[in-house]
Design a protein around this ligand. Structure first.
Ligand code: GLA
Length: 387
């Protein structure tokens, strides 16, 4: 058993009386298709082998008892007293609240969790926290939801107490991920295809800028509002329903003067990124990694200049990657304003690239970046308790 799973299990046994069930709930990467999941676009995420481990058992009471090892905090609350709080408490309580809102008779349980996703790294530790608990409760309360229903429940949970109006990508990857495969998710129809991740002598390397802007979730919601404001004008004037109905950026140009500049730029980015993600999926399936890499750089440029969710640290890391001959493509990953860049790097260049990038980054920002070579993994699952 993984060492975090052992820690979680031991802590549970020390703290509570019954024997728990163990679960692993992964974080995610996203190859391309950023900030388009809430705009009816396509995204290409995969679950990873880093995530959150949960030990959960019913306790025959009306109380929910949580121990969050990574925060060194506990929370006990009666089911009927569940309400919005702050930090990690919001994520777990919001998941329970979604079961309550569905009319499920939630019973008391004990729960210990811990993980290995660096906080604020853009690998979606929040979806991992939500997904693990939702999966466990679905089993414990016998609610028989399927994985997609659970992903949608977790998305609602994130909208509700934490008030981040996220799209479906993170929760979907968390539930539906498969080792060695990429998910191509159509966020309009909520349908997906898998295809194998063939990186031909390259690996995915994440560089964690270690920057995490506290305004990020507020800014995230503002980006979403800009897209909605743009869409309202497009709907009204063109009678269309979605960004998918805009053929190309040309078709958007007549609206340049009718929208606030920031709104127009967001719409432009979204139309471009939807097309880019579609193209990227096809070149990746044709093993054309070089074209894929170029599309990653183009996405970063759009995220930085049009969508305005980058920061000097991320721009610097992507620029370093661009100048390194061993890197095929790079961009910021996830919501932005900090977190990681995702880089496709030739095997033989990985250690040298990490070394050069870390040194240059330290020299410029006085921050020690961290690098992770990514392995893909399966979606949320039960894990065996070995004695
Ligand atoms: C966050 C959100 C996702 C998605 C990404 C940006 O991770 O949770 O829904 O919008 O940002 O692509």
């Amino acid at each position: 058993m993984n060492s975090i799973a052992v820690t979680v299990l031991n802590r549970f046994r020390e703290s509570f009386t019954s024997e728990p069930t163990l679960y692993f709930s992964p974080g995610r990467i996203n190859l391309i298709g950023e900030h388009v999941d809430y705009n009816d676009g396509f995204v290409l995420p995969a679950a990873i082998d880093k995530g959150v481990y949960y030990a959960v058992a019913p306790n025959n009471s009306d109380n929910l008892n949580f121990i969050a090892i990574d925060f060194d905090e506990r929370l006990s609350v009666a089911v009927m007293d569940i309400k919005k709080m702050s930090n990690w408490q919001n994520y777990v309580l919001s998941v329970v609240n979604e079961f309550v809102l569905l009319g499920v008779a939630v019973k008391g349980f004990d729960c210990v969790f811990a993980g290995d996703i660096p906080r604020g790294s853009g690998m979606s530790s929040s979806a991992a926290v939500e997904g693990g608990l939702a999966f466990a409760l679905n089993e414990m309360l016998n609610t028989k939801m399927n994985r997609v229903e659970l992903a949608l429940l977790c998305q609602r949970a994130e909208h509700n107490y934490p008030h981040v109006n996220c799209g479906i990508m993170d929760q979907y990857a968390n539930m539906m991920g498969r080792k060695d495969e990429v998910i191509m998710l159509d966020c309009k129809t909520i349908e997906h295809q898998y295809f194998p991740l063939r990186l031909q002598g390259c690996k995915i390397v994440l560089i964690n800028s270690k920057v995490h802007h506290t305004l990020a979730s507020g800014e995230y919601n503002i980006r979403r509002q800009r897209c909605e404001a743009g869409m309202a004008i497009l709907k009204n004037d063109l009678g269309i329903q979605s960004f998918r109905d805009i053929k190309d950026v040309e078709a958007l140009m007549p609206f340049k003067d009718k929208m606030e500049p920031k709104v127009f730029n967001c719409c432009k980015y979204v139309v471009e990124e939807i097309a880019r993600a579609k193209k990227a999926a096809s070149v990746l399936q044709q093993d054309d990694l070089v074209s894929f890499g170029k599309l990653m750089y183009a996405t970063h440029e759009g995220l930085s200049n049009l969508y305005e969710v980058s920061c000097p640290e991320l721009d610097f890391l992507v620029e370093l990657a661009k100048q390194h001959s061993g890197v095929i493509g790079a961009r910021l990953m996830g919501g932005g304003f900090g977190g990681c860049t995702i880089n496709i790097v030739k095997d033989e260049a990985i250690s040298q690239f990490i070394d050069t990038a870390s040194k240059a980054y330290h020299q410029k920002f006085n921050i020690d970046a961290e690098a992770y070579i990514v392995s893909t993994g399966d979606g949320t699952k039960k894990i065996a308790v070995t004695p």
